[in-house]
Write a protein that binds this ligand. Structure first.
Ligand SMILES: Cc1cc2nc3c(=O)[nH]c(=O)nc-3n(C[C@H](O)[C@H](O)[C@H](O)COP(=O)(O)OP(=O)(O)OC[C@H]3O[C@@H](n4cnc5c(N)ncnc54)[C@H](O)[C@@H]3O)c2cc1C
Ligand code: FES
Length: 286
C-alpha cells in the first residue's frame, strides 16, 4: 500500500501524485515505469516515474484520465493509498554525453520525457526541450521542463501559445536554422512519435521513442505489450520501453492499442454512470 502524499491537477483530466515509495525513489532511473493497481478488482496500468525525491521517499506519477482505471486513480485524494505500485520496471534510458539532445514531449508525453531531459543535462548534454499540446490550457510542466533543459521551446496545435504547429514543426525549424542535433528523443501519442521519427529521418538524426503499448503483467510473461521492432518481436515491458524509432512498426502498434476499444468504452461509461461527478472541472494549480 502506497500513500498519496500530494495531489495536484495540472490540466483538465491530468493529475500529479507524489506517492510514498522510498525504495523505488532510490532505485529508479530515467525512463523506467511502475505498474499500478488501485484496488483488489483494479486492472494493472503502467505509468512512468516522472520524477523522484529519494530524501522525501516519494515518486511522482503524472497521468491523463483516458479510461476507467486512470479515472478511478484520479478519484484518490491526499492520504488515500494505492494498493500496488510495482517497479522500477523497464530498461533505463541510455544516458551519455551525446552532445546536443532534442527531447520532444507531446501532451502527456511531457511527463515521461522530463526525467530523460534531466538525466541528459546532468550527463553534460546541451538539451533542447520541445514540448507541445493541443492548446495552452493542456500544456503541462513548463517550469519543470525549463529547469530540466538548456533551452525550452513550446508549440500548440491551435497557436494559443508558442509556435503554431507541432513539436516536429519546431524541430524542423531548428534544424533548418543550422542547429546541430545529435539525438532526438520523442515521447507522446503514437502519431506524434511516428511523425517525429519521420522528421528525424529527413535530416538523418538518430531518434529514440518510448512505446506505450497495452500492458498486463509488466514482466515479459503475458505477451500483451508485444511490438515489432526491426522485424523482430519485442516486449515493451522488458526490452523497452525505448526503441530506435526507425525500426518500430507504428502501424501494428496502433492496431494493437485499439484492440479493446469497445470493452474500454463500456468500462468507461459504466464507471462514469456510477461516478457522475468525475468529469467536472478541477482547478489547475501548476
Ligand atoms: C511504459 C508506459 C508508460 C506509461 N506512462 C504513462 C504516464 O506516465 N502517464 C499516462 O497518463 N499514461 C501513461 N501510459 C499510458 C497508460 O498506461 C494508459 O493510459 C492507461 O493504461 C489507460 O488505462 P485506462 O483503463 O484508464 O484506459 P483504457 O480504457 O484502458 O484505455 C482508454 C484509451 O487509452 C488507450 N490506451 C490504453 N492503454 C494505453 C497505453 N498503454 N498507452 C496509450 N494509450 C492507451 C486505449 O486505446 C483507449 O483509447 C504509459 C504506458 C506505458 C506502456
Ligand atoms: S506486459 Fe506482459 S509481456 Fe509485457
Amino acid at each position: 500500500m502506497n500513500e498519496i502524499i500530494t495531489r495536484k491537477v495540472l490540466a483538465e483530466g491530468v493529475k500529479e501524485f507524489a506517492v510514498a515509495a522510498p525504495r523505488l525513489a532510490r532505485a529508479r532511473r530515467a525512463g523506467q515505469f511502475v505498474i499500478v493497481r488501485v484496488n483488489e478488482t483494479g486492472e494493472r496500468i503502467p505509468l512512468t516515474i516522472a520524477d523522484a525525491d529519494p530524501e522525501a521517499g516519494t515518486i511522482t506519477l503524472i497521468f491523463q484520465e483516458v479510461g476507467k482505471s486512470t479515472l478511478l486513480l484520479g478519484t484518490l485524494q491526499e492520504g488515500d493509498r494505492i494498493l500496488d505500485v510495482v517497479g522500477p520496471l523497464g530498461r533505463p534510458t541510455h544516458i551519455e554525453n551525446f552532445g546536443t539532445v532534442a527531447c520532444l514531449g507531446g501532451g502527456i508525453g511531457v511527463a515521461p520525457v522530463h526525467p530523460i531531459a534531466k538525466a541528459m543535462k546532468e550527463a553534460g548534454n546541451h538539451v533542447i526541450g520541445i514540448i507541445g499540446a493541443r492548446t495552452r490550457d493542456l500544456l503541462i510542466m513548463e517550469d519543470r521542463m525549463k529547469a530540466a533543459t538548456s533551452e525550452l521551446h513550446i508549440s500548440t496545435d491551435d497557436g494559443s501559445y508558442g509556435t503554431h504547429g507541432f513539436v516536429t514543426t519546431v524541430l524542423e525549424a531548428l534544424v533548418n536554422e543550422g542547429r546541430k542535433i545529435d539525438l532526438v528523443v520523442a515521447i507522446g501519442p503514437v502519431p506524434m512519435m511516428s511523425a517525429s521519427t519521420k522528421t528525424a529521418a529527413k535530416y538523418n538524426l538518430p531518434c529514440v521513442v518510448s512505446l506505450n503499448s497495452i500492458m498486463v503483467d509488466g514482466t515479459g510473461m503475458c505477451g500483451a505489450c508485444r511490438v515489432t521492432v526491426g522485424g523482430k518481436t519485442r516486449f515493451v515491458c522488458v526490452d523497452g520501453p525505448e526503441f530506435d524509432g526507425y525500426q518500430v512498426d507504428f502501424v501494428e502498434l496502433v492496431k494493437r492499442q485499439r484492440a479493446y476499444l469497445k470493452q474500454e468504452d463500456v468500462a468507461r461509461r459504466q464507471f462514469l454512470e456510477h461516478h457522475p461527478g468525475e468529469r467536472c472541472w478541477e482547478t489547475k494549480v501548476s
